[in-house]
Design a binder for this molecule. Structure first.
Ligand SMILES: Cc1cc2nc3c(=O)[nH]c(=O)nc-3n(C[C@H](O)[C@H](O)[C@H](O)COP(=O)(O)OP(=O)(O)OC[C@H]3O[C@@H](n4cnc5c(N)ncnc54)[C@H](O)[C@@H]3O)c2cc1C
Length: 363
């Protein structure tokens, strides 16, 4: 049986950040296992804030080398009408409009640093008492790996979700996304009023557009219909290559994002980072920075032999995200929307720009 000091499940941003930080701290008895082969698709708008940009840089990856730069044309809309121009100082967009290149570059950085990563290998079961993880290799054969520490960085749909099942998931966001070739000018549009407690982004860069809708998930709501309605009202259906008819829209991807921080440590040697910890801002959906930071915090915990660094970081996120969730409840109330978009943007445009940058985009 193979045995490693640390096994990390998932080679997304959180898992790779953890592996790189461990390596930096002198640990190289690490195995990362990843279900897919890189480059792999992850349903994500791929926006990164200045702080996320710096976090990647601190971990050794320059997002500018993955086609990331500022788009200056950044506008806010409500109910189809433009309300406010934003002086974009914080939000970077990728030329590939999603995260494929960024994740691939991060993965390759880890591999070239000497970290062992096994692709097309899936974690299928864990036995915490005996410190054993069962993995399925590309040929479909199962084997067991023994670990001292196990870090779950397997996103929202991984097996760690089952380990944490005892805690009921009360609230979560849904996000739908479609990427297509278009002739829209480079720019970022954020639309309010198309979904009840969320927003729509229309992000165009170099002839590719990414449209995404997020909302506080409510069973029974037909999100596909809301999405279609928005696409029609924005005049996007039938006018863009690859988006001639509704059949194309139905190829869109959807995913949930977590709301609320979960338990960061189970026992004394199983850690949860990234989305599986709940490290995603409930209001903005920004999760990359918190994924990277929680991955690094888990590494510091392992290096120091104490779970406290990750526990402390999880606590700070719990407080921060509770505030953002409260803001989510208030911000989408109709009178507040009226005040912000009908009064605020007209009379105090500078304040709206500042508040938007400060509380939503610069995170
Ligand atoms: C539509 C949408 C738009 C978003 N837009 C943004 C944005 O613009 N900016 C931003 O900062 N955040 C955004 N987010 C949030 C962001 O995508 C997540 O917070 C981030 O991906 C979390 O990183 P992670 O490493 O925890 O998980 P992931 O990126 O999901 O990585 C998990 C990895 O684990 C692997 N895996 C899963 N199960 C197993 C298993 N059993 N065995 C082995 N491997 C496994 C997966 O294949 C995957 O590679 C968005 C989310 C959605 C849904």
């Amino acid at each position: 049986m193979r045995s490693f000091k640390v096994v990390i499940v998932g080679a997304g941003p959180a898992g790779i950040a953890c592996a790189l930080e461990l390596l930096r701290g002198g640990h190289n008895d690490i195995l990362v296992i990843e279900k897919y082969a890189f480059p792999r698709y992850k349903c994500c708008a791929g926006y990164i804030t200045s702080k996320t940009f710096d976090t990647y840089k601190a971990l050794g990856l320059d997002p500018a080398e993955c086609g990331y730069s500022f788009i200056n044309d950044f506008r806010l809309f409500r109910k189809g009408r433009e309300r406010q121009q934003i002086d974009n100082k914080f939000l970077y967009t990728s030329k590939t409009i999603d995260r494929v290149d960024l994740d691939d570059a991060f993965f390759r950085l880890a591999r070239s640093s000497g970290i062992r990563i096994e692709e097309k290998t899936e974690a299928v079961a864990v036995d915490p008492d005996n410190k054993l993880l069962t993995v399925r290799d590309p040929a479909g054969n199962d084997s067991q790996i023994s670990f001292d520490f196990l870090v779950f960085a397997d996103g929202t749909g991984g097996i760690s979700a089952a380990l944490q099942k005892k805690r009921k998931v009360k609230r979560r966001n849904i996000a739908l996304q479609l990427i297509f070739k278009s002739e829209l000018q480079d720019g970022i549009e954020i639309h309010f009023g198309a979904s009840k407690r969320g927003y729509v982004w229309v992000s165009s860069y170099g002839g590719v557009t990414n449209v995404g809708m997020t909302d506080l998930f409510k069973p029974g709501v037909n999100y596909m219909e809301l999405f279609e309605k928005f696409m029609r009202s924005r005049g996007l259906i039938g006018k863009n290559e690859g988006l001639e008819d509704l059949e194309q829209i139905r190829k869109m991807k959807a995913a949930f994002t977590p709301i609320g921080i979960r338990k960061p440590v189970v026992g004394d040697n199983i850690y949860f980072v990234g989305d599986t910890l709940g490290a995603c801002d409930p209001l903005t959906l920004s999760g990359l920075r918190y994924g990277l930071k929680s991955g690094s915090a888990a590494a510091r915990s392992i290096l120091s032999g104490s779970p406290n660094p990750l526990k402390k970081y999880a606590f700070a996120l719990r407080v921060k995200f509770a505030l953002m969730a409260a803001l989510q409840r208030v911000f989408y109330i109709r009178p507040v929307q009226f005040l912000v978009f009908n009064v605020g943007t007209k009379v105090f445009g500078g304040v709206v720009r500042w508040a938007f940058n400060k509380f939503l985009v610069s995170k």
